[in-house]
Design a protein around this ligand. Sequence first.
Ligand code: NAD
Length: 396
Amino acid sequence: MNRVAVIGAGAMGAGIAQVAAQHGWQVHMQDVNDDVVGDAIAGIRKRFDRLVEKGRLTGDEAQAAHDRLQVVGEALPECDLVIEAIVEDMDVKAAVLGDIVSQLGPEAIIATNTSSLSVSELGERLGVAERCCGMHFFNPAPIMKLVEVVRGRETADAVLDRVADIAASWGKQVARCADTPGFIVNRVARPYYLEAFRIVEDGLASPEFIDHTMKSLGGFRMGPLELTDFIGHDVNTATTRTVWNQWNQSSRLAPSWLQESLVAEGHLGRKSGRGVYEHGGDAPVCVVQVAVPQPTVDDAVQHAANAFTTSACDAEHDGAEAIVFARILGALINEAMWAEHDGVATAGDIDTAVQYGVNYPQGLLTWRDAIGPPQVSALLQALDAATDDDRFVAPM
Ligand SMILES: NC(=O)c1ccc[n+]([C@@H]2O[C@H](COP(=O)([O-])OP(=O)(O)OC[C@H]3O[C@@H](n4cnc5c(N)ncnc54)[C@H](O)[C@@H]3O)[C@@H](O)[C@H]2O)c1
């Protein structure tokens, strides 16, 4: 039987352990705190029981998967794969994995679930750079379909192929990418939130209008502002700051002062009862107002936005909804084009990542091709000419 060690039994480790056990792997779980592992296994058991109630697993399958979960202490049995999901701190990860690597066979693969640290640096510090890679799951791991398989500078191709095969055999969609800040999703999806906040800051449209437009015209499951309330503005702005700083403070990824002021005031979103919307009543009520209602829009921008939105949605659109839709989708497509240009991933992997990592209705680069690259360029040029930073500059 295949064996995986999952190190760290918090939110991500528990989810990853569940996925592996459900797909027939023997799972050895380790945490600095044994009680955490016990709680994680009890939580997984409850989730298995719910899957049985829903008819997705038989009772025997749930029992067998549960029996494949084991708590281990410092001594690990032989494993094919180690997945690390402990605190996001390079020194702690290197120290914990350093003890583990010395116990493993020469073929064992070491995968890290880090969201923001360098996979290459970790592999080098462990002295196993060729068999260390990223295996970046999304939260909650049993539900979210995507795994980004991250190539460190020296990771062997055979290791990446093996990890991609394992993730696929666990029912996941794989997007391969280079070891760059934010990998694919945490970088390419940023403009969905940031451009929406900028539109509110510019006084162009209300949060409700923006959320409604992205859902009704684009088929996004949640509007950007209600989604940031759901994620939590503290978590969302922290990721933005990390990715923005790591990408040399690119204007495309710059934080929103409005969103940061929500965090400063303690309005973190659903978890605190208030963010862009107030929660707790029958339906959320918008509590963030447009700063300067109805400023004028440049004619060239409106013209390009109308053409872009009409082409993207296969139906005529103009006015404020075309501006909102075109600014947000245009910014997303531009970031996807930059990610491809920077060699982060292929167009196909970028599209897979946004479809399965953030549930976009279609891949951004497929969408660009359907809209027509000349329409996309015309939109970005018009927006760039009317904007005082470089965020709409497209790659050459
Ligand atoms: N939460 C997310 O949405 C998310 C998504 C993708 C990736 N990640 C990444 O996954 C990793 C874990 O995140 P999380 O949200 O599960 O964190 P968490 O805080 O829920 O869990 C971390 C676990 O690591 C354990 N731990 C700490 N030091 C340890 C040590 N020395 N040895 C063994 N275990 C130790 C803690 O006891 C805790 O149970 C981080 O690298 C994070 O960046 C998180």
